[in-house]
Design a protein around this ligand. Structure first.
Ligand code: TXA
Ligand code: MG
Length: 331
């Protein structure tokens, strides 16, 4: 069975040794936990795909210690002034840049694409692991494909405890993730930078750093395979519902003998047979708690998860609603 170990410096050294020996390890980042392999090791990258059950066409993010290491895995000349500005403002942190890749990066790590996604995490455990290894680490979120991303070591254990290929997996425990949702993904492989996934680094922040940035409706674009309609899905069927419709919907379900767990921000009019979980009112705390709450909702074992759609105009709310829509597309 996979095992959780406190992220002491000895454990981090051991994790680096495992990566060097073509193994995989799970480790915390400030966004979510990752399942990492050495970027240049094709066999280890294959193992990441196997453990996750990830489709072979969905590329991975390479985690680097800094922009110098990023330059080593992107094509010559690809790291331009825009990248320099973005990295100096947002790295280390939750911003991923998509750039033409260097031939050093095996096609396994980019699912055959000519681009590579790269980010420098700020979590001290991730940084210490990258520092010990001295090489980039390709890591998707440490969940089974399509499921809710893990924001604690226990979540990673819950995901993989029954996966045969993960029986020796070490999970470095660095506590609960600070941000709670995945990094913003920005495609800078073309003249017009474009957001492929919303996150806590906002469109406004990106625009104020490099000027024009496109933000297409992520629901209708297919530039990033990982932005499939259904993603981040709990096992229980989930629905995203406007606040005003909540009482009526819950009444109707109760009448039909359907038990719900409602994730609500407003003081709840939720009564038996339904259960409820109180969601935070500010965006940063909502993002931080979201995946934990979806997992708790799953554990209640109700027939349906009903999520009150949070209002709020700023970009972090937008990123949160994006995750909620995908969670609700899973049923
Ligand atoms: O916060 C995060 O980004 C976390 C932590 C562990 O760093 N990682 C993460 O990885 O969320 P993953 O694999 O779950 O999501 C990576 C996203 C996917 O939507 C994938 O399709 C996209 O990045 N992506 C990766 N490489 C790409 C590329 N070359 N072109 C376009 N999209 C890419
Ligand atoms: Mg993921």
């Amino acid at each position: 069975m996979p095992h959780v170990v406190p992220a002491t410096s000895a454990a981090i050294q051991q994790a680096a040794t495992i990566l060097r020996a073509s193994g995989v390890v799970a480790f915390p980042t400030e966004t979510v936990y990752g399942l990492g392999a050495c970027t240049f090791n094709e066999r280890a990258i294959d193992l990441v795909y196997t453990i996750k059950g990830r489709p072979a066409d969905n590329p991975l993010i390479a985690h680097v210690i800094d922009s110098n290491q990023a330059r080593e895995i992107v094509a010559a000349g690809a790291w331009d002034d825009r990248c320099e500005l973005l990295a100096s403002r947002f790295w280390p942190g939750p911003l991923t840049l998509v750039l033409p890749k260097s031939s050093r990066v095996p096609h396994q790590a980019t699912a055959g694409r000519s681009t590579v996604a790269v980010r420098s995490p700020r979590h001290p455990v991730a940084r210490s692991l990258l520092g010990s290894l001295g090489e980039p680490v390709s890591a998707p979120s440490a969940n089974r494909s399509g499921r809710v991303s893990p924001t604690s070591a226990q979540h990673v254990l819950d995901e993989f405890e029954n996966v045969a290929e993960a029986r020796d997996l070490i999970i470095l425990d660095g506590g609960a993730c600070e941000v709670g949702i995945e990094s913003t993904v920005l495609d800078v492989s073309t003249a017009k930078p474009r957001i492929l996934r919303h996150g806590s680094v906002t469109l406004e922040q990106l625009r104020s750093t490099i000027g024009a940035v496109e933000s297409p409706d992520i629901r209708t674009q297919h530039a990033s395979p990982g932005t499939a309609q259904s993603h981040y899905a709990p096992a229980t069927r989930a629905e995203l519902i406007a606040s005003a419709d909540l009482p009526e919907i819950l009444r109707r379900y109760a009448g039909n003998g359907v038990q719900c767990v409602a994730l609500v921000q407003q003081s709840p009019q939720v009564v038996a047979p339904h259960a409820w979980i109180a969601m935070p009112r500010d965006a940063a705390t909502y993002a931080h708690d979201l995946y934990q709450c979806l997992r708790e909702a799953d554990a209640i074992g109700a027939d349906r998860i009903i999520i009150e759609c949070p209002q709020g105009e700023d970009d972090l709310w937008r990123a949160i609603r994006d995750r909620l829509r995908r969670a609700a597309a899973g049923g």
